[in-house]
Design a protein around this ligand. Structure first.
Ligand code: F6P
Length: 546
């Protein structure tokens, strides 16, 4: 589809927007008792209710047409067939192979990648079992009680989010910690509670060159050597990387190096050996179930018609709001405390993937691309930023996520949680009209003047869109499905926006400048050659450090 074709499609969608702007959702629900049925779909046990969106059948049909015309189905095939769809890095995009449960070969660059994947999985299984059952111990013979993963971005966010989400599957005597920030406070505050004799470090880095990770790994090694001596270091470190040579140079034993491949993007690497701390924390079987759940979503994505395809539905709705209605942010609001890092995880997955402004051929895009993704668990968010979602001047499409069954038996908590999530999407959709507010205030016995003054503050515009994802329970399998769902959503949007969702050049400039600034910050070089602001800030730092 040519650039002009995409532009024309976005423009032609505007007639649907104009029509729907005149038909608030509350009216659509009132006239159509089948609206939930019409606009909900499932993948296995996972239900997506998208009926509380500004849509009708004509608008949805036009959005699916756009996805088809943009080549979503063709690109999906290209991805599965190992084509180098990450064109700027000349790489295939094959994270789906990491969780593939079938028996067919999966060729990438002419070779089946499944045997190597299975070999690494078998090593993860045996290593995680041995750490959990105490076969692998620390230098002084103590059993490991704490695993510290040192990584950043995709080498941190995925395993950190998953470990938190799967807390019911963890053991109290084996804890996983995540250090990512180059801010020394991060590693300091984690290590201060740990016993070196019982602590294992996993250095996780696709490239094994990322400055934050290497700096933290150096500090961890020093902390360990200071306590137990240099000879102990080997017994307390493992590494995960595509750069095996660099792991060896760091001094990690061969049998403790877990590899993956350049066709796995950093933000798609949780399914690879980057998931090692998950396997240790929740057990290999649960890690395998997480992979299985993702594969189930892959199969749904690959074989379900676009109209019933969860990732595609969520993707086109996102495009609808971003490109036709002009909404710039998207909130992810899990009513699931254990998904408290889910939005942070999705920020990398979505914003690093689709935060682009040139097309695949390097021309400026003529439309908006990735939205700002953010969110916090409910009900906490309700007492923080929901005011703006309900009555602010920006419209923020929301995803609500909720389980039918909690892991703990603590009535009445879960019923209250469910009542709250349902109330929020209902309130956003319905709003509260002036007439309703006046009637309510009258019933409270207020006089005319008070009613007049208060009414505008109490009106809710409503007609604010949301999706609800309902699942039976947050099991490892369901979590795998949810993560894969969002991955495919981002893929579909990247195809529609015609951007490369698999590179991340935008993070490079800051890295380069930080490298150049470091000697000046350290006082080893003159603070010249920078803009006045940077020079002023450097001078302030030099005056105030120590
Ligand atoms: O932030 C850029 C980035 O390259 C991410 O894509 C990646 O997940 C992260 O840095 C960490 O990279 P690595 O795993 O190579 O240390």
């Amino acid at each position: 589809m040519a650039k002009s074709g995409r532009k024309a499609s976005f423009t032609s969608l505007d007639k649907h927007r104009k029509r729907l702007a005149e038909q608030p959702m509350r009216v659509q629900f009132a006239v159509d008792p089948n609206r939930f049925k019409r606009y909900s779909a499932s993948a296995g046990d996972l239900l997506l209710d998208y009926s509380k969106n500004r849509i009708d059948e004509d608008a949805m049909a036009a959005l699916f047409d756009l996805a088809r015309a943009a080549g979503v189905e063709e690109r999906r095939t290209q991805m599965c067939e190992g084509e180098h769809i990450n064109i700027t890095e000349d790489r295939a995009v094959m994270h789906m192979a990491l969780r593939y449960q079938g028996n067919l070969p999966v060729p990438v660059d002419g070779a089946d990648v499944m045997p190597a994947i299975r070999e690494v999985l078998a090593r993860i299984e045996s290593f995680s079992n041995d750490v959990r059952n105490g076969t692998i111990r620390g230098h002084t013979g103590e059993q490991f009680t704490d695993i510290v993963n040192i990584g950043i971005g995709g080498s941190d966010l995925g395993p950190a989010m998953v470990t938190l989400a799967l807390e019911p599957y963890t053991r109290a005597d084996l804890r996983a910690h995540y250090v990512s920030n180059v801010d020394g406070a991060h590693i300091h505050d984690i290590l201060k509670r740990l016993d070196p004799k019982r602590t294992m470090f996993i250095v996780a880095s696709k490239t094994f060159t990322t400055d934050e990770t290497m700096t933290n790994a150096g500090s961890a090694r020093k902390w360990l050597a200071d306590a137990l001596g240099d000879a102990a270091v080997n017994d307390h470190f493992a590494a995960v990387s595509t750069n095996i040579e660099a792991c060896q140079k760091f001094g990690i034993k061969q049998e403790r190096i877990f590899g993956f491949w350049d066709w796995v993007g950093g933000r798609y690497s949780v399914w690879s050996a980057i998931g090692l701390p998950i396997a240790i924390a929740v057990g290999y079987d649960n890690f395998a179930a997480f992979l299985k759940g993702a594969d189930a979503m892959d199969q749904h994505f690959l074989s379900t018609p676009l109209e019933k395809n969860l990732p595609v539905i969520m993707a086109v709705l996102g495009v609808w709001y971003r490109n036709v209605w002009g909404f710039s942010t998207h909130a992810v609001l899990p009513y699931d405390q254990r998904l408290s890092r889910f939005a942070a995880y999705l920020q990398q997955q979505d914003m690093e993937s689709n935060g682009k402004s040139v097309t695949l051929t390097g021309k400026p895009v003529g439309w908006s691309t990735g939205p700002i993704v953010w969110g916090e668990p409910g009900t906490n968010g309700q007492h923080a930023f929901y005011q703006l979602i309900h009555q602010g001047t920006d419209v923020i499409p929301c995803d609500f996520l909720i389980a039918a069954r909690p892991h703990e038996h603590l009535p009445p908590h879960h019923d209250k949680l469910v009542a709250n999530v349902l109330a929020q999407s209902e309130a956003l959709m319905l709003g509260k009209t002036e007439e309703e507010v006046i009637a309510e205030l009258k019933a409270q016995g207020m006089d005319k003047a008070q009613i007049k003054a208060l009414t505008p503050h109490k009106v809710f515009p409503g007609n604010r869109p949301s999706n609800t994802l309902f699942y039976p329970q947050l099991t490892p399998e369901m979590l795998g499905s949810l993560v894969a769902l969002y991955e495919h959503k981002v893929f579909v949007q990247g195809v529609i926006w015609n951007v490369n969702s698999y590179d991340q050049w935008g993070v490079e400039l800051g890295k380069q400048l930080a490298k150049a600034l470091l000697p000046k910050v350290e006082g080893k070089a003159d603070a010249e050659g920078h803009d006045a602001s940077t020079q002023g800030l450097l001078a302030y730092y030099r005056d105030h450090k120590a």
